[in-house]
Design a protein around this ligand. Structure first.
Ligand code: ADP
Ligand code: MG
Length: 726
């Protein structure tokens, strides 16, 4: 059938393109031949064309299921652009009124419509199913097919109903398309859509121009980001944060440091949000600080960096978001700030969700941790995660390849791990295998009676960290695999069995040690970390002189790390000096002026350009407000009076107070609570928070019922957090 068309000329005729991209042509031929087809192609690879062109060539109407209503309209407009017939493409979703729907139906019946885009929740409506049963369907396209799987990054339950509905409307070939699918997700999609035998077309997911780096997230993360941006002025960049609050805070800090940054998150009013997005696209602003709500369908080709302030919840998300850098094939730096604490926080957020969902979330977090902590090639890890083998020894474009760690032989360790996995009948996940190797008598180990196994405790000579590295690298090396039905369970592959029979050299690199680098000033025996060693030694001399004069030990004046910082960022006023770690207002005043004079002189004599812009200015007004609220509460001023005197709404005051207690400061507001609430009422709310797994106000209001007001619940929550958490 496909042979009847000259596909390239059809491509030219309908879309104006001269040739196919990647394996578009093979995909289209497969579909034209009536076969189920599965397409894995990175974003921007040209997936839409894989169903658009066939729909024009085949008899009947193609049904395209896509989750994004906004994008749907764009696609339909684009198709109409290519055709003389407006009715060639239509969409059905909840935004259409009755007469628009009648128009769509009449175009379909008269055979004008080749492509019908449908939102999954509309497809399930009886009215449409009934109508479509009498329509000749050429094929079904399921775009963003990862939405089918709970293991994907955007699970949508309606997607699970696609197969039964296809069966009701009438069978036709199915083409499923996605830009991110791990082998597990791919398996779920094919199984759920009943297309296990589909031909799979998988393009490489490698993006050679993207540079991947994971940095330890220290207290200096804001400073690191400011420095990075200042070294990359006039380049477009996106900074992703997990929370809306962080987005706003960081945008404010960047602005206070003369960086033209804008915020973007779903909680902003839509006019500002759209404005900020447009400013970014029009290059009125270089940097956008955003939650992951930003980026869908945004096609700015020259984003030069993507920074993750917080580690994403899954590598799918990470890959999608980093993928927005360097789409034109040019520079694209992807930098992630990582601390395991952030992952623990994410895990806590999941509490309260159904257990199965939590378990999935946890496994995805573990994969993220493995990626971040591993010292093997980032590209290799990522591609492996998406089921692709990357064979280069050194990719030359990630932090781990640019600073390779020493490798150590781990042949015997791998044998021990494989033996342990086999001994527990290939039925357990990594953590459990490590418990066995370490000989830990956990309750589960005892319940399984695995403490009686010969392998129990066989790996006690090594730390967990090493075993983690062995297992991860054995997965990447193909000696082990993770079960796709029961995700996370370790299996030994045939290569693994062979290895056990006839061990080969197996080198591993130890994981990156994030705890060690997390210290503010790395202890590098002897040497200092000052950028300007000459100045550093002059500062040390000055300190010695003053210590003699004042009769106090040198470290009482300033400690070494403070001097190192001074010899790096050159503060010349007392105010600037207070930005140095370990220097507060008192110290600056008492000892600072001679140091400032010395630094100033040194800068002038050596014509040093001070990296003044590296200083992180705090958002002063904001903290001033907090300080004065704390003082007023200490003086037992009624909260409504505080709001009045600050000229803010009571709700806004509560927000400030919440921020204060959530950031760890104790505030006693009992004097106010006792005045405005009766005791039983207060206790009911307090007890609720004690029992509850969440501190969400909405949940509390729902549970507590209409007798309680939002303000009351918030006030008691403040008391609770202040007392329990601080
Ligand atoms: P995806 O859905 O895979 O992210 P799209 O289908 O949106 O990608 O296509 C990305 C871009 O590539 C679009 O601008 C599209 O017009 C363009 N494109 C697709 N196929 C071709 C082709 N054969 N030649 C040139 N451009 C193409
Ligand atoms: Mg697409």
């Amino acid at each position: 059938m496909a042979g009847n068309y000259n596909l390239t000329s059809q491509l030219k005729k309908h879309f104006g393109f001269d040739k196919f991209k990647g394996n578009q042509e093979a995909i289209i031929i497969n579909l034209l031949n009536g076969n189920d087809t599965f397409v894995l192609m990175p974003t921007g690879g040209g997936k839409s064309l894989c169903y658009q062109l066939p729909s024009l060539l085949m008899e009947g109407t193609a049904i395209v299921i896509s989750p994004l209503i906004a994008l749907m309209k764009n696609q339909v407009d684009a198709m109409r652009h290519f055709s003389e017939e407006d009715g060639v493409a239509h969409f059905i979703n909840s935004s259409l009124n009755k007469s628009a729907i009648d128009q769509v139906k009449s175009d379909i019946v008269s055979g004008k419509t080749k492509l019908l885009y449908v939102a999954p929740e509309s497809l399930t409506k009886d009215e449409y199913v009934e109508f479509l049963r009498d329509v000749k369907i050429s094929f079904y396209a399921v775009d963003e097919a990862h939405c089918i799987s709970e293991w994907g990054h955007d699970f949508r339950p309606e997607y699970r109903r696609i197969r039964p509905i296809i069966n009701e409307i009438g069978k036709a070939p199915v083409i499923a398309l996605t830009a991110t699918a791990t082998p597990k997700v791919q398996h779920d999609i094919q199984k759920n859509l009943g297309m296990v035998d589909a031909q799979v077309f998988k393009s490489s997911f490698n993006r050679p121009n993207l540079y991947y780096e994971v940095r330890s997230k220290t207290n200096n993360v804001d400073k690191d980001i400011i420095k990075f941006i200042k070294n990359n002025t006039a380049k477009s960049g996106i900074i992703y944060c997990l929370s809306r609050k962080k987005v706003e805070e960081l945008a404010e800090i960047l602005q206070a440091n003369e960086i033209n940054a804008r915020a973007y998150h779903a909680g902003m009013d839509s006019a500002t949000r759209t404005q900020n997005q447009d400013d970014f696209l029009m290059e009125k602003t270089d940097v956008i600080v955003a939650t992951i709500a930003f980026g869908m369908g945004i096609d700015k080709p020259d984003v030069r960096y993507v920074i993750h302030y917080d580690i994403p919840k899954s590598l799918e998300g990470y890959y999608q978001e980093t993928g927005r850098a360097g789409r034109d094939g040019g520079e694209g730096r992807c930098i992630t700030f990582y601390t395991n604490k952030d992952l623990q926080k994410l895990e806590k957020f999941m509490q309260g969700k159904p257990v199965a969902e939590q378990e999935i979330g946890k496994q995805l977090l573990l994969e993220t941790a493995a990626y971040a902590e591993s010292s093997i090639c980032r590209r290799k890890s990522l591609l492996h995660y998406f089921g692709e083998e990357y064979l280069e020894e050194n990719c030359g474009n990630c932090d781990n390849c640019l600073n390779p760690k020493k490798q150590v032989e781990a042949q015997e360790l791998l044998c021990a791990a494989i033996e342990a996995i086999i001994a527990v009948k290939e039925n357990f996940k990594t953590d459990y295998i490590i418990d066995i190797l370490q000989g830990r008598e956990t309750s589960e180990v005892q319940a399984q009676m695995h403490d009686e196994l010969e392998v129990f405790g066989s790996g006690m000579g090594e730390e967990d960290k090493v075993w983690n590295a062995v297992i991860r690298q054995a997965l990447i090396g193909g000696y082990l695999s993770k079960d796709v039905e029961h995700y996370g369970i370790l299996k030994v592959t045939s290569a693994g069995h062979k290895f056990l029979k006839k061990p080969q050299p197996f080198k591993i690199t130890e994981d990156n040690d994030f705890e060690e680098v997390e210290e503010e000033t790395p202890a590098r025996g002897g040497g200092s970390c000052a950028v300007d060693p000459a100045l550093y030694s002059m500062l040390k001399d000055l300190r010695k002189k003053m210590s003699k004069k004042l009769g106090v030990p040198p470290y009482v004046i300033f400690q070494d790390p403070s001097l190192e910082a001074m010899a790096t960022i050159y503060p010349v006023t007392l105010e600037e000096l207070q930005n140095i770690p370990g220097v507060g207002a008192g110290k600056a005043k008492r000892y600072g002026s001679e140091f400032c004079v010395l630094i100033k002189k040194h800068c002038e004599e050596n014509e040093i350009e001070r990296p003044e812009d590296l200083r992180v200015r705090t958002v002063a007004n904001k903290s001033k407000m907090k300080v004065s609220i704390i003082q007023a509460v200490d003086r037992k001023v009624a909260l409504d009076d505080i709001a009045l005197s600050k000229g803010i709404e009571f709700g806004d005051l509560l927000e400030e107070v919440e921020a204060i207690v959530y950031s760890g400061t104790k505030l006693n507001i009992d004097y106010f609570l006792n005045e405005i609430m009766d005791e039983d009422h207060l206790l009911d709310i307090y007890d609720y928070f004690k029992e509850s797994t969440t501190d969400k106000i909405d949940d509390a209001l729902e549970e507590l019922g209409p007798d309680f007001t939002e303000d009351e619940v918030r006030l008691v929550r403040i008391k609770f957090i202040s007392e329990m958490a601080n």
